[in-house]
Design a protein around this ligand. Structure first.
Ligand code: GLY
Length: 398
C-alpha cells in the first residue's frame, strides 16, 4: 500500500514536471513571432511591386504570395505589425505598421464587398486604437459608410458579395459577422446609431437563418432582396451544404462574442456560448484541438487541418472567457489551441515558411486553393490570441 502511494507520488511529480516543461510561454512565442515577422518584411522587400502590396500565403512553389490592394486579406499583415508595436512599443514596428496601413487608403471607398470591414478594421482599426490618429479615424468612418451601403432593409442584413450573380441574389456568408466590428466602432466614433442598428439587425438575421438546431452554421444564405425571404442555404468553402466548415464556425464564435461586447444583448452571449460548446464538444475534435478543415470531413491521416480556424477560435474564446460563467473552460480550451499552434508541429522554424508564423491552414478545399499552407490571417489571429491571453492572465493575477 505504502509503496503504491509512493509510486503514485513519483508518477505525479514526473507528470507535473513534464507539464511544467511544456507550459506555454506567451512572451517566448511573441518573441519568436517578432523574429519571424522581421524575416517576412525582408522577404516582402524582395518581392513587393506597386501592385502587390500585402502577403497572403505562398504559391504552389512555396514562394511568398502577395496580393493587390483590393484583396480581402490586405488588412491582416498591417494588423499583425500594429500588434507587434503594441507588444514591443518599439517605433520600428509602428513605422512598418503605418506604411502597410496607409497603402490601403483607397479601400475606404470600396463598397463592392463586405470585406471592407476585414480590410480596414484589422489595419486602420488596430492603428487607431493605438495612436488615436485623426486621419485613421476619418478613413475608418468612410470605410464604415461603404460597408453600411451594402445593407438592405428588407433582408435586414449586409450583402456579402457582388460576384456570383448567376447563383445568388443576396448572398450573406457567416464570415460577414466579423465585419460588424467596424460598424460598432463607427457608431461610437460618430454618434450615429444607424451603424449600430445595422450591425445588430445583421447579427439577429444571421442568428435566425444561418444557425442550425445543433448550433453549427451554414456558410451562405441567399435572400430575396425584395422580400427578405430565404431562397437557399449552401456552402462555398465547406464540405457540403449541411456540413460545418471549420473557419465558418470560428467566424461565428468571434462575431457573436464581439456583438455581446458591443451591445450587452444576452442572446448574443448565449449564441457565442452555444457555438463554443459545439466546437469544444464536437466528436471530431482532434487531440491537439486544431480542427480539420470541416468538422464533418472523414478523418484520415492526411486530411488537412485549418490552423486559421483554430487561431480565430482561440482569440474568440479568450474574449468570451471575460463575459461568460464558463470562463475557465474557455480559457483552458483556448490555451490548448494556442499551445498546439506554438509547438513545432504548427509554428514554423525561424526564417522558413516565407516568414509566416504558422503552417497548416486551409483556404478553400472545394476550390483546391491554399491547402495545408500558411495564411496571413492565421498569423494575425494567433498574435491577437497570444496578446488576449496575456492580458487575461494578467487580470487574473497569474
Ligand atoms: N472570408 C473568407 C475566408 O474565410 O476564407
Amino acid at each position: 500500500m505504502r509503496r503504491s502511494v509512493f509510486f503514485l507520488m513519483i508518477v505525479g511529480l514526473v507528470g507535473g514536471c513534464q507539464e511544467k516543461a511544456e507550459e506555454l510561454n506567451v512572451d517566448h512565442v511573441l518573441k519568436q513571432s517578432e523574429i519571424q515577422l522581421m524575416y517576412q518584411l525582408k522577404r516582402i522587400d524582395q518581392i513587393t511591386t506597386k501592385k502587390l502590396i500585402s502577403p497572403r500565403s505562398v504559391d504552389e512553389q512555396g514562394t511568398l504570395h502577395m496580393v493587390p490592394v483590393w484583396e480581402w486579406t490586405v488588412g491582416f499583415f498591417p494588423g499583425s505589425l500594429w500588434m507587434m508595436y503594441d507588444y514591443t512599443q518599439d517605433e520600428f514596428w509602428r513605422q512598418k505598421a503605418e506604411a502597410f496601413t496607409t497603402a490601403l487608403e483607397s479601400q475606404q471607398y470600396n463598397n463592392r464587398t463586405h470585406d471592407t470591414g476585414f480590410m480596414m478594421y484589422c489595419s486602420y482599426g488596430k492603428g487607431c486604437a493605438l495612436t488615436s490618429d485623426s486621419t485613421y479615424r476619418a478613413i475608418l468612418i468612410q470605410s464604415a459608410k461603404s460597408l453600411a451601403s451594402r445593407y438592405n432593409d428588407q433582408v435586414k442584413a449586409i450583402k456579402s458579395w457582388n460576384h456570383g450573380k448567376d447563383k445568388w441574389q443576396f448572398p450573406v456568408i457567416i464570415d460577414n459577422m466579423m465585419n460588424l466590428e467596424l460598424l460598432f466602432w463607427a457608431a461610437k466614433a460618430t454618434g450615429d446609431s444607424t451603424f449600430r442598428n445595422i450591425a445588430i439587425n445583421h447579427a439577429m438575421v444571421t442568428l435566425e437563418h444561418h444557425y442550425r438546431m445543433d448550433n453549427s452554421s451554414y456558410h451562405l444564405v441567399d435572400f430575396d432582396p425584395k422580400t427578405g425571404h430565404v431562397i437557399k442555404k449552401e456552402t462555398v468553402q465547406g464540405l457540403a451544404n449541411e456540413s460545418a466548415w471549420a473557419r465558418g464556425q470560428a467566424w461565428g464564435l468571434y462575431g457573436y462574442t464581439l456583438c455581446y461586447r458591443e451591445t450587452g444583448i444576452p442572446m448574443f452571449l448565449t449564441q457565442a456560448e452555444k457555438i463554443a460548446d459545439y466546437i469544444m464538444h464536437h466528436p471530431a475534435i482532434t487531440a491537439d484541438k486544431i480542427p480539420l478543415w470541416d468538422y464533418d470531413v472523414t478523418s484520415k491521416a492526411d486530411t488537412p487541418r485549418d490552423a486559421s480556424a483554430a487561431a480565430v477560435t482561440a482569440s474568440a474564446l479568450f474574449e468570451l472567457a471575460q463575459y461568460s460563467d464558463k470562463s475557465k473552460t474557455y480559457r483552458t480550451f483556448g490555451k490548448e489551441i494556442v499551445s498546439s499552434l506554438a509547438s513545432s508541429s504548427y509554428f514554423a522554424e525561424a526564417k522558413t515558411n516565407e516568414g509566416y508564423l504558422l503552417k497548416h491552414s486551409t483556404g478553400s478545399m472545394p476550390h483546391g486553393n491554399e491547402i495545408d499552407v500558411p495564411l496571413v490571417y492565421a498569423d494575425y489571429y494567433f498574435i491577437e490570441a497570444l496578446l488576449r491571453l496575456k492580458k487575461l492572465e494578467k487580470n487574473l493575477g497569474n
